[in-house]
Ligand binder design. Sequence first.
Ligand code: TRP
Ligand code: ZN
Length: 869
Amino acid sequence: MNIAANPHVQADQTVYLKDYQKPSFLVESINLDIQVYDDHTVVESTLVMNRQTAGDLVLLGRDLELKSIVLNGKNLEVGQYQLDHEQLVITHAPDQVILNTQVVIHPESNTQLEGLYKAGGDLFVTQNEPEGFRKITFYPDRPDVLAEFTTRVEADKKFPVLLANGNLLETGTVGENRHFAIWQDPTKKPSYLFACVIGDLAVLKDHYTTSEGREVALEIYAIEKDIPKCHIAMEALKHSMRWDEEHYGRPYDLDNYMIVAVSQFNMGAMENKGLNIFNTSCVLADEEYTTDAAIMRVQSVIAHEYFHNWTGNRITCRDWFQLCLKEGLTVFRDQSFSEDLQSAAVQRIDDVAVLKAHQFPEDAGPLSHPPRPDHFVEINNFYTATVYEKGAEINRMMSTLLGKEKFRQGTDEYFHRYDGQAVTVEDWVNALSAGSGVDLSNFLTWYNQPGTPKLEAKGEYDEQNHVYRLSFKQSLKVHPKYPNLKAVPVPVALALFNAETGEQYTLHCQDLFVNEVQDGVYLFDQDTATIEFSNVTQKPVVSLLRNFSAPVNLDFDYSDDELAFLIEYETNGFNQWQASQTLLERILLKDHAVEPYIKAIKNTLPDLVKKDPLLASRLFDVPTEGYLGSRIDHDYKPEAIQEKRNSVLETLARELGAFWKETYLSLDPSLQNDFSQAMGERALKNIMLSMMARQGDDSVFDLAYTQYSQTKNMSERLGALRVLVWNDAPQAQNALDDFYRRYKDEALSLDQWFMVQAANPNATAETIKALTEHPDYDLGTPNRVRSVSGGLSNNPVNAWSFGVEHYIGLAEYFDEKNPILGSRLLQVLSRWYTLAEPQRGNVQNALKDLQPHVKSKNVKETLNSILSV
Ligand code: TRP
Ligand code: ZN
């Protein structure tokens, strides 16, 4: 049919927040019957719908072969409805509708990993957020339509596991070879939270009793040999359930909670009601097969998806512009949970490092958008660092300002008001304000504006009156699409230190949230302001934005000695780290001397290594080449950054002399009972090894090879392997071959084998070619693809030379096969315009050459945006 004649399909595919309209029909209940066969699947659905507002009955559907459609008992003929590639529209529908459709779909050939798809040999799973459900059946597939789901799943008995959301009502057989299960979810939910699983899986079982006394059966499904790797996730799940009861008063609401591990998955995990589906990389955890970082990630993603049960599922989003309502809040909640699992300072450091390495550059470039965007072409392109991580920061700022008790009163009010509803960011901020009694409405500005604010601060000491004055100024870079940028509320957590004794002053300042404390918070919400501290007996050293109290770029004229002072004396571990980062960045980008840093490290490390080895390890974080590159806006020369960084690393290696080896030999993680401590010692050992290699002492390779072969721990094994491979050690090939033999049947470990080689600074186009032609490389498994392309992006010099062809090739390959993945891989190139010529022009030409070939909305929108600077 003619698209222009259909009022529901616009030629311009941009969707605007301001155009939101309520759905004309609500769905009371849906009955689904899904019959899976080897070469097709039949989906029959019965929707009971009631009219809510005037208008056509609109059902969304994509790639569905419509077999029959029956409205209130009457077969509809072609002509009684309008059907195009996106939707089925019935005009003049009665107010009460029972609609039955039968469609045929092809999960066995669905490579997009969206809707119902085959994820390897013996497994079919669904991924419906945000708009996958319309690939299963015709439905008003939008988050503000909440319905009760009953699901019958039928398949061959070679798939013994048949799961869907809710309670199992009935099972039975069909003929000789087939069987079925019927599930009913008692809670109303939007279609994006629907899930079903058909497969041959084993299960790990446990149980949990909620604070209300509800007995919950816990089940984690995975392939048989991975079951032993599910225990950490199971413990994390129980821990999360308790944590949400204790910190937010939120108990679980169903009798079962299931998690399914899938190796072919586009993202981390999905919070489907009572039936989470996880990327194996976010559920399988085992010291022998996965790294410490991966183990931490598993625990945080388990918590994240569990926390969605309240922030996302029971209270969901009115529309997809509100995505950060559920994601920003849930990320903030999982970050807080993780702060209880390891050194809290290090958790904060790692979260801020991600924010600064990904969200800040995103917000400074062509893909910049507000945490709550106001328009999009393809919503899948908005599962971004800005929506997730900056969204989390907004919630953290409000919680910092309110303090524990009032924040809890605010969240209680939110759950009380909106349980069972689909709501907006305004609803959240209003409830938080009403519950806490503090008006937070100006935080909405943070949600609605793009860009990282710059916070300039100046300090001035009045010796005569013992007064210290701090003045602030905030500004945002002009944004072509957002001409009316406003000042945002910036909570500035701060402390003053006595420069001689290293002690903290008690703060006497009327403008602070609480006066006469050591740790103060000032809410800076104007364009400029000045505050005064009295009783400051000597010129102080000020520490600003403690714990990173606001996601801004701070500009304060510290001397290098003051930064070194903060490394030594700041009691807030985050700001200790921040001081070391600022100092190192000056050394790297502005040729400052390395001495103050070395002196501070020498004074700080010996004690810290014992007290908090994980934090100690982070003080050696030399900003990565990628991060340093992201701080440069034009004439960026990756080689120059690489050269400078290497020379600083060599200076550090030399200056600290025997320190590296002595520390290495003094550490023994196996003597630590506490996981965080042991993890810290392992991190330190690996840093020491790589610095010893920088010293040019070849005996390090024997130490590394010994560590490689004698350990049972993946972080130690991989750390040693990395040192051998990246330094072309004589033992490198041996170790690589050995690693391959050990782990060739362990997908997640093998991913690391690909990654180490792709991330090798000495990798060449041939290295990448060999990896992508390796028999274990698999374009159908995003984890494997990302292990090579992610490894490659570790080295900007490589990524911006032979890497360009790699990324463009993948974007083109995945364009229609898996557009979500294709679009994300292309984003690696989004800062092409900062490069120096001739590289800049070369990458631009390569991107332009791709333009006429791309077809998916996802890749098209990304490509258009990144070329639009
Ligand atoms: N809601 C998921 C989460 O953050 C993320 C998600 C959105 C997702 N779309 C997806 C996960 C597609 C996997 C595939 O928890
Ligand atoms: Zn989420």
